[in-house]
Write a protein that binds this ligand. Structure first.
Ligand SMILES: [Zn+2]
Length: 262
């Protein structure tokens, strides 16, 4: 297989649409060819980006109007056509009435599909809040709360070295009643993240961190999701999500400690 073939087939390979033999051949070429491997990586990255909800947009009213104008008007608003040869030559082929009605409906349905996910689907923040709560619950249920169990920030912080492409800030707040318990690797928003585990009384607090301000402008907020309190903030440039069954006031106090450090 040469590069030209590989480039055509790698789309099918990515979407799992090839038969086994072709699939293996493309796979082998990609693995061996430095040019195609980068092409394939770019393709895969693009597909991931396109799935991002940030890329969905609402159809501007002007465009919606344009499409509406492009649709043939309903037959009632036009004089009844005279079915003469001259008329047909002048007006082009006669469009069956059913199609003239179906076309606007089809376009309407298409617009609804484009608009609906944006207006009725969860926002990026809502989705992330759901993800961090799910991770929090999983960490408590699966006896996989910590990969590194230590109250020593100088043990926990270096533990992340080489496991993540960033170094999360780790501070013990034992003096303030929020002792560090440890940390683990987790997976949020399609990427590996640091999860720090703190304790307050009998409550566990998971702090998920990854670089970048994320989808929001960094506005701090606290909300309740499935009975858990979730707070989002930015700490030293890290997107930071706190989840706990701790009450809002106490979680907010803990967020204040994190913020003060940054
Ligand atoms: Zn190639």
């Amino acid at each position: 297989m040469d590069c030209d073939d590989a480039r055509v087939l790698m789309h099918g390979h990515l979407d799992g649409e090839l038969d086994l033999a072709a699939d293996l051949e493309v796979q082998r070429h990609i693995e061996e060819c430095p040019r195609c491997v980068s092409e394939y990586a770019a393709l895969r990255a693009m597909r991931t980006r396109l799935r991002d909800e940030e890329f969905r947009f609402e159809v501007p009213p002007a465009l919606r109007e344009k499409i509406r104008h492009a649709i043939p008007a309903s037959p009632r608003s036009r004089p009844a056509p005279q079915r003469s040869g001259a008329y047909q030559a002048q007006r082009g082929p006669w469009i069956p009435r059913a199609i003239r009605f179906a076309l606007p409906m089809a376009i309407g349905a298409m617009l609804a599909l484009i608009i609906a996910p944006h207006t009725t689907g969860p926002s990026v923040d809502q989705r992330l809040a759901g993800e961090v709560v799910a991770s929090h619950v999983r960490s408590l249920m699966a006896t996989h709360l910590m990969d590194v169990a230590s109250t020593d920030q100088h043990t926990v912080k270096p533990w992340f070295n080489g496991k993540l492409d960033f170094s999360p800030p780790v501070t013990d707040f034992a003096k303030d009643g929020f002792p560090l318990m440890g940390g683990r690797l987790d997976y949020i928003d399609g990427r590996p993240v640091a999860a720090l585990v703190y304790q307050h009384g009998k409550h566990v607090i998971n702090v998920f961190m990854w670089p970048g301000a994320g989808a929001t402008t960094g506005a701090e907020r606290i909300e309740t999701e499935h009975g858990y309190n979730v707070e989002q903030l930015i700490v030293v440039g890290m997107n930071c999500w706190l989840v706990s069954d701790l009450n809002r006031q106490e979680l907010d106090k803990f967020a204040g400690l994190l913020r003060a450090r940054g």
